[in-house]
Write a protein that binds this ligand. Structure first.
Ligand code: PLP
Length: 494
């Protein structure tokens, strides 16, 4: 039986369901399984399969305690009509390369792939200590994309509630409306007076508040949990689209079974690209995984020097979902590359907490570098890339995808190895920056920008985004940082 334990110790032995419910290990480590890679997915059988069929095969390997039927139900509910493309993650040519669109879900960002299925997984787990009325309250601080994707996934999901905090005035007009118009009886959305870091820090404090935890359990049968990408249940659904991309390349006869492929991934918290590494461990022929960062290039420095140093200025950029100084999921990659050495990982993470930095052994860095490439783009390069990609390919990309596009252009192309750029958001989520980059009018509201963009490029705004202009705003709460805990208390009693 596959079991999960912390990256920092081997004392736990949890099933996938238990790990999903728990989220993070008590020692602060992330859940990993040592049997990952002992069984491979049959690559030859991929061609001609639907996304849902591939998901069934891949998830069965990663979450073995879910029955075939449970997985089939989760997959059917998560990857249905709420996606605007029946392929879910369609692969399209982009010049001599390919682009994998991950943004055709209900909130137009790649986080939908995981957050549409995570609530379905959660609904099939059971409380650890047998309280049949136990309710999970998802608590999230968001700089934009995660909050909406989590709201859309958890709205009216049985046995759950969700509370999202966002920094007042610090998210785009589209992003704010996406959240404040969210339907559902179990959702709560609240603006916070402060920046994202303040909100995030306060949420972490609420998670660590033992008195609050027992009060919530006693009074309203509520346990707090996170929809952050450290959760196993958020990570593994992302492994599926790497296989789906490969299947589409097979079908289009770009490759034969066993040929290697490269992926270039716009990266923030290291979840998306880590899923590519999991795909490789499951037998997918991946030659390189290229980490593309924005101006917050802490991962680039790590992969070139072996030192991870989070003590550096933080830049708020036009690719906000990649503005991250501590890439949490890197810890899982380090675990596997250290030959599963929990003591070493424990030491490194201790160094990070205590000194703000850690350094990996030289040999380990060499191994990591043989698989992971890296690069980064500053904001001018992001704008130029949006322009360049439109000029060359007549394809509009968003600022996050543009980081990946820029980095991919910097790396020499091996004609024998197809390259796939992962596209993480619809350009219509960031219409102002996109218009500015393309030399279009960017004066009016976000909605006017959308219309200008649509007209100039012959593309269409996702209906859910364009419709926000006239949607009813349900939430206008604004609280001080210190009042967030009370807000959670009240939300739990609803
Ligand atoms: C979250 C996000 C990313 C970064 O993904 P990670 O898994 O955190 O590395 C990139 N682009 C967009 C649009 C996102 O929402």
């Amino acid at each position: 039986m596959t079991t999960f334990h912390s990256t920092r110790s081997t004392t736990d032995s949890l099933t996938a369901k238990q790990a999903i419910r728990k989220g993070i290990a008590d020692d602060g480590g992330l859940f990993v399984s040592d049997s990952l890679g002992s069984e491979h997915v049959d690559i030859a059988s991929l061609a001609g399969k639907s996304y849902q069929q591939i998901a069934q095969t891949v998830l069965a390997k990663l979450l073995p305690d879910f029955t075939e039927e449970e997985l089939a139900d989760c997959i059917r509910e998560a990857y249905g009509d709420q996606w605007s493309d029946p392929a879910i993650t369609p692969l399209k040519p982009l010049g001599d390369d390919y682009i994998l669109e991950l943004f055709n879900g209900p909130t137009s960002a790649f986080k939908d792939v995981a957050l549409q299925i995570l609530p379905r997984f959660m609904a099939r787990t059971t409380p650890a200590d047998g309280d049949p009325d136990e309710k999970i309250m998802i608590l999230t601080a968001t700089s934009g994309d995660t909050g909406k994707a989590a709201l859309a996934g958890f709205a009216d999901a049985p046995g759950t509630a969700i509370t999202v905090f966002y920094p007042e005035g610090k998210v785009s007009q589209v992003q704010q409306l996406q959240m404040t118009t969210q339907a559902g009886a179990n959702v709560n959305v609240c603006a916070v007076k402060g920046n994202f870091d303040d909100a995030q820090t306060a949420v972490k404090r609420i998670f660590g508040d033992k008195d609050l935890a027992s009060e919530l359990a006693d009074k309203s049968h509520t346990v707090l949990s996170s929809a952050n990408s450290i959760n196993v249940g958020r990570l593994v659904p992302q492994v599926v689209y790497y296989f789906a991309a490969y299947a589409q390349l097979l079908e289009d006869q770009v490759i034969n079974v066993g040929d290697e492929v490269e992926f270039c991934v716009p990266t923030g918290n290291f979840g998306d690209i880590l899923a590519g590494y999991y795909a490789k461990l499951l037998g997918l022929p991946v030659k390189h995984l290229i980490v593309a960062s924005d101006k917050n290039n802490v991962l680039f420095d790590f992969l070139t020097t072996g030192t991870y140093n989070r003590q550096r200025p933080f830049f708020q950029t036009i690719s906000p979902s990649m503005d991250i100084l501590v890439s949490s999921n890197l810890e899982r990659m380090l675990y596997y590359f250290s030959e599963k050495d929990t003591r070493l990982i424990s030491m490194l993470m201790n160094d990070l907490n205590q000194w703000g930095a850690f350094e990996v052994p030289e040999q380990m860095l060499a191994k990591i570098r043989s698989l992971f490439g890296c690069g980064w783009a500053d904001e001018d390069q992001v704008r130029e890339s949006i322009h360049d990609c439109w000029e060359k390919n007549h394809y509009v990309i968003d600022p996050h995808t543009a980081c990946g596009y820029f980095v991919m252009q910097q790396i020499p192309r091996d004609p024998l190895t197809p390259r796939v750029l992962l596209s993480t958001a619809s350009p219509y989520k960031f219409p102002r920056v996109v218009n500015e980059s393309l030399g279009l009018d960017a004066e009016g509201t976000d909605f006017e920008c959308m219309d200008v963009l649509a007209k100039a490029t012959g593309t269409t705004a996702p209906a859910a985004l364009r419709g926000l202009e006239t949607a009813d705003v349900r939430f206008d709460d604004v609280v001080e940082i210190d009042a967030m805990k009370d807000y959670v208390r009240t939300a739990a009693e609803k």
